[in-house]
Ligand binder design. Structure first.
Ligand code: BES
Ligand code: MN
Ligand code: ZN
Length: 498
C-alpha cells in the first residue's frame, strides 16, 4: 500500500474519509461535500444516531453527485484530549474499514479542527503510521488467490489530505522506518521454527547491513572461545547450532557519545529441553525469540530513520531441545562471567542465554545502560496479562524513562520489585546460583538471576512473555506476533537520548 500526503482536495474517485467531531460537527470540506450530495452525509449521520465517538464509522456508499465509491464519516471523539496514540488507532480503524472493500484508493481529508490537542500534520502522520501497522499481514504460507479470482479487495493507495501536507510527509518519514522495524519483528515472531533456526535468524540480521547496520555473527566455536557456556549449554541438544548476533548503529555526531545497549532472548523454539513442556500450546514456543525480534526491529528502525545515537543490539540465538546430548537437570555450567550455575530445570533457559549475552555486552561495550527484552516467564502473564509488560531495573531513572516511553508509545510497562530476599532464593548448595527460584515470584527470581550479570551497569529487564506473542487483536495489530518493544524503545531513544 502506498501512503501519500496531498493538498486537501477531495478526489472524485475511490473512497473519501472525513473526520467528524464529538458533537457531530463537520469541517468545511465535509460540509461542502454534504451540499454536493444533497445532504446525504448529514442524513446518514442523523439516521445512524452518530455521536462522533472515537473510531465509530458511518458509511455512505455510492454518494449521489460524486464519482466516489463511498464516503466514510469517522468519529474522532474529544479533540482536546486526542493523543498521538489515539491518532494511530484512528488510522488503524480507517484502514480496517477500507481494506476489505472494493475501493482500491482512499483519501482521508483532514479539515482544520478547532481545539485539536496535536497539530493536524501530526494527526495525519500518526494516522498513516497506524494504518501501516494495521495493514500488516503474515501470509507467506498461504497459497496465493486463484488466477481467475484475483484479490481485488486490497487498498493500493491511501492518501491524507491536509493543509500542511509537506510537514505531515516529513513527520511520517521516521515513523515509516519504525513501522518497518515493527513489521520485521512481527515477521520474525510469526515465522515457524523449522524455517527460523538460529542460523536463519542470523542470516536475516546480516541482511540489515544493507540499511547501514554493522552486523557481526558469532558461531559456536567463537562463543566457546569466549567461554559462553551458559548460552551454549542451552543449545547443545539441538541439531541447529547456536549463534550470537551483534548489530551496531553509529549515528551520533559526537565522537564520545554514549553507547546504548539492547539485548534480546532469541530461543527460536523452546521445548523445555529434558524438563519437557506439556504438549498443549507448545507451538506458541516458536515465539520464544520475541525479545530478540524486538531488538532486531529496533536496530532496523534506528538505521532506517538515521537516529542520531550510538546503539548496539545483541541477541542470543539458540534452540532448546531434548536429546542425547542435551543438558540435564543437575548439570553445572560456568558462565562467561565466571559465575557457576546449577541447572535444576532446563526449561528456565532464557536466563542462561541472557546471562552470557549481558556479560558480553557489558564487557565489550561499557554501555550507558543495557535494556534486555525476553519472553522469560509464564508467571508474568499471571501477574500482568497481555496489556503491560513486566519491568525490572536496578536504576530508578531508567525505569522512569521506560515507563514514560511506554505511556507515550502505547507499549506499556509496569515495574515490579527486586530485593535481596528474592535474590537469596536463587542461591545454590553446589554452585554460585541455581536457575530456578521457588514456587512463588517466578518473574522476580528470573530478574534477580539476570541482575547478577550486569554488575553496576544501569540495567532494565522487560519480560515480554505476555505482550510479544499470541496478541489480542487491536486497532493497530492483527498479528499473532505483535512486534512489542520496537515502538517503546524507539520512543525512549528519540525522547531521551537524541
Ligand atoms: N519461554 C518460557 C516462558 C514463556 C511462557 C513465554 C509462556 C511465553 C509464554 C520460559 O523459557 C520458561 O519456560 N519459563 C519457565 C520458568 C520456570 C521453569 C522456572 C516458566 O515460566 O514456567
Ligand atoms: Mn523455557
Ligand atoms: Zn523460553
Amino acid at each position: 500500500m502506498k501512503i501519500n500526503f496531498t493538498k486537501p482536495v477531495p478526489t472524485e474517485r475511490g473512497a473519501l474519509v472525513f473526520l467528524i467531531g464529538e458533537d457531530g460537527a463537520m469541517g468545511a470540506m465535509a460540509a461542502h461535500i454534504n451540499e454536493q450530495t444533497g445532504g446525504q452525509l448529514s442524513r446518514a449521520l442523523d439516521i445512524s444516531e452518530f455521536k462522533g465517538k472515537a473510531k465509530s464509522v458511518v458509511e455512505v456508499v455510492a454518494p449521489s453527485g460524486r464519482g466516489n465509491s463511498r464516503i466514510l464519516l469517522v468519529g474522532i471523539g474529544n479533540v482536546e484530549k486526542l493523543t498521538a496514540t489515539d491518532a494511530e488507532q484512528l488510522g488503524g480503524e480507517i484502514y480496517a474499514r477500507l481494506g476489505g472493500t472494493t475501493s482500491r484508493t482512499a483519501a482521508v481529508m483532514i479539515d482544520e479542527i478547532e481545539g485539536l490537542a496535536i497539530p493536524t500534520e501530526e494527526l495525519a502522520a500518526r494516522m498513516a503510521f497506524g494504518a501501516r501497522l494495521r495493514a500488516y499481514k503474515f501470509a507467506k504460507y498461504k497459497s496465493p488467490p486463484k488466477k481467475d479470482k484475483p484479490d481485488s479487495k486490497n487498498l493500493t493507495t491511501l492518501s491524507f489530505g491536509c493543509a500542511r501536507h509537506t510537514e505531515a510527509a516529513k513527520l511520517f518519514q521516521p515513523l515509516e522506518s519504525v513501522a518497518r522495524g515493527v513489521c520485521l519483528a512481527r515477521d520474525l515472531v510469526n515465522e515457524p521454527a523449522n524455517s527460523l533456526t538460529p542460523a536463519e535468524f542470523a542470516k536475516r540480521c546480516r541482511k540489515l547491513a544493507d540499511i547501514g547496520l554493522e552486523v557481526d555473527v558469532l558461531r559456536e566455536k567463537e562463543m566457546r572461545m569466549r567461554k559462553m557456556n551458559a548460552l551454549l549449554g542451552v543449545g547443545q541438544g539441538s541439531a541447529n547450532s547456536s549463534r550470537l548476533v551483534i548489530m551496531r548503529w553509529d549515528g551520533a555526531e559526537d565522537a564520545d557519545a554514549p553507547m546504548l545497549a539492547f539485548v534480546g532472548k532469541g530461543v527460536t523454539f523452546d521445548t523445555g529441553g529434558i524438563s519437557l513442556k506439556p504438549g498443549a500450546g507448545m507451538g506458541d514456543m516458536k515465539g520464544d525469540m520475541g525479545g530478540a525480534a524486538a531488538v532486531t526491529g529496533l536496530m532496523a528502525a534506528l538505521a532506517g530513520r538515521k537516529a542520531r545515537v550510538n546503539a548496539v543490539g545483541v541477541i542470543g540465538l539458540v534452540e532448546n531441545m531434548p536429546d542425547g546430548k542435551a543438558q540435564r537437570p543437575g548439570d553445572v555450567v560456568t558462565s562467561m562471567s565466571g559465575q557457576t550455575i546449577e541447572i535444576l530445570n532446563t526449561d528456565a533457559e532464557g536466563r542462561l542465554v541472557l546471562a552470557d549475552a549481558l556479560t558480553l555486552t557489558c564487557e565489550d561495550y561499557k554501555p550507558e545502560f543495557v535494556v534486555n527484552l525476553a519472553t522469560l516467564t509464564g508467571a508474568i502473564l499471571v501477574a500482568l496479562g497481555k496489556e503491560y509488560a513486566g519491568l525490572f531495573s536496578n536504576n530508578d531513572d531508567l525505569a522512569a524513562r521506560l515507563t514514560s516511553a511506554g505511556e507515550k508509545s502505547g507499549e506499556k510497562v509496569w515495574r515490579l520489585p527486586l530485593h535481596e530476599v528474592y535474590d537469596k532464593m536463587i542461591d545454590s548448595k553446589v554452585a554460585d546460583m541455581k536457575n530456578i527460584g521457588g514456587r512463588w515470584a517466578g518473574s522476580i527470581t528470573a530478574a534477580q538471576f539476570l541482575q547478577r550479570y550486569v554488575g553496576e551497569t544501569p540495567w532494565a529487564h522487560i519480560d515480554v512473555a505476555g505482550t510479544a506473542m499470541d496478541s489480542p487483536a487491536t486497532a493497530i495489530n492483527q498479528s499473532w506476533g505483535s512486534g512489542y518493544g520496537v515502538r517503546l524503545l524507539d520512543r525512549l531513544i528519540a525522547d531521551e537520548y537524541e
